[in-house]
Design a protein around this ligand. Sequence first.
Ligand SMILES: [Mg+2]
Length: 196
Amino acid sequence: MLAPANHVLAGFTRGFLCRRELARILAETPLAASILTIDPAALKLQGIDVLALDFDGVLTPHGFDAPLPEAEEWLTRCVPFFGADRIFILSNKPTEVRKSWFNEHFPGMRFISGTRKKPFPDGLIKTGELAGVPQCAILMVDDRLLTGCLAAIIAGAIPFYVRRPYVSFKHRPLAEWFFMLLRTGERLFIRFLTLL
Ligand SMILES: [Mg+2]
């Protein structure tokens, strides 16, 4: 069993190696980027066949059990273009209550679990195997540069950086502040690394 901090360490070490690519993503992503700025029809035209979606920050604020209604509506719009069986949830927190929500509302969508946490590419590799597509046909949507976006770079998938994540300071104030600091910290870290 791996130590829980292994994926954090990998974020820093592999983030260093991929710093230029991460800096490019950071520079090119508009401040308003979220799932709602993703047009599923345009993605298909760009050759994306599979969506790999992070959960916290991307479909909901931190710690929610189900996607927000507007995220649910966006998922519904994605289904005709990709098919529910080509939409995967790649969260480092695939809880049972979240899985059962998807089983009820989007039965074809699958959680990837039992793999090493992002930024290890294992979850994306499993996604590619299950969907039968090359990594370049997978869009990894994540609000973290050093976890999901980095995993996509390592795997050869296409990263989409959610620069405007969902947050709810009412629901989980401590967790949201922590993750806000983490997101700001990793942006500073990447900008600093590119000076080296
Ligand atoms: Mg997240």
